[in-house]
Design a protein around this ligand. Structure first.
Ligand code: SAM
Length: 263
């Protein structure tokens, strides 16, 4: 009774506090569909070109960022890992090699992205260890206290309801389980800021248009980064939904950040 009351109070509080600009940033401005549906359709559309564009636009640095994020889990040696917003399974595949996990489950709302991911898992001979299934971060279909660790790379920015997603992740983590989030952020150095802005506002959307025929997806990338509650604001959200020992690390002049927290 008391636990339920506390849970209800917490969800009312989270509902009132859920006022991030980024929750309402959508890929297709004229669409009447929810952010979630638009994000799903956008990633289904660019799935075939996603990996190529990632490597190309980041000059391969994203692989280093992913490894750095996974290194935050080395000491925990998780046996059962959930990769939320797994996309084409880059982090799930790296995690298997890097952390020697027994089981990795990747969930995502885009079947198109996971189709590419499943092919990669099969080719890497990892189907025994990694499975991908359709699943929403805001309504995770696993019991409380299931996973030793959860990873989300470049996913939280796309959530329709950030706090709900993080709160669900907290629920499925085992006590002391660790969350590692990798996400874009904005550089603070004035010169890097100018170069970055030119790159994100002009170069990225146009290259995205040429290669994926989807300029909106890459314009959305910039807008969603601008509005995302990064740094201390994100740590505050982690705290609000129940994470402890939270910390963040900036990578590559702050273009990217790692956030970690424990249940
Ligand atoms: N994690 C992969 C990576 O590091 O390359 C994919 C990142 S991709 C930029 C973002 C992914 O988040 C997409 O595949 C999208 O479908 C997924 N996504 C967005 N909202 C989601 C949600 N509510 N639940 C699960 N996946 C979601």
């Amino acid at each position: 009774m008391h636990t339920n009351y506390c849970k209800d109070l917490k969800s009312v509080y989270l509902h009132i506090m859920n006022a991030f600009d980024h929750d309402t940033v959508v890929p297709y401005k004229d669409s009447v569909l929810s952010k979630k549906k638009q994000v799903e359709s956008m990633f289904d559309n660019i799935a075939g070109k996603y990996d190529f564009l990632n490597r190309f636009l980041s000059a391969g640095i994203d692989v280093r960022w992913r490894k750095k994020a996974l290194s935050q889990l080395k000491a925990n040696a998780p046996k059962k890992l959930l990769d939320v917003a797994t996309g084409t399974a880059d982090v799930a595949i790296l995690a298997q090699a890097f952390l020697n996990t027994e089981q990795i489950i990747g969930i995502d709302i885009s079947d198109g992205m996971m189709e590419v991911g499943r092919k990669k898992i099969h080719e890497a001979g990892l189907s025994k260890f990694i499975t991908l299934q359709n699943g929403d971060s805001e309504d995770i279909q696993f019991a409380d206290n299931t996973f030793d660790a959860v990873t989300v790379s470049f996913g939280v920015r796309n959530f329709q309801d950030l706090e709900k997603g993080l709160s669900e992740i907290n629920r499925v983590l085992k006590p002391s389980g660790k969350l590692v989030v990798l996400e874009f952020s904005k550089p603070s150095h004035p010169i890097i800021k100018v170069i970055y802005s030119l790159y994100m506002k002009v170069i990225t959307p146009n290259l995205g248009k040429i290669f994926s025929k989807n300029k909106q997806a890459y314009a959305y990338l910039d807008e969603s980064i601008q509005k995302f509650p990064e740094g201390q604001k994100f740590i505050d959200v982690l705290e609000r939904v129940g994470f402890k020992n939270n910390y963040s690390k900036k990578l590559s002049f702050g273009i990217c950040s790692i956030y970690c927290g424990e249940k």
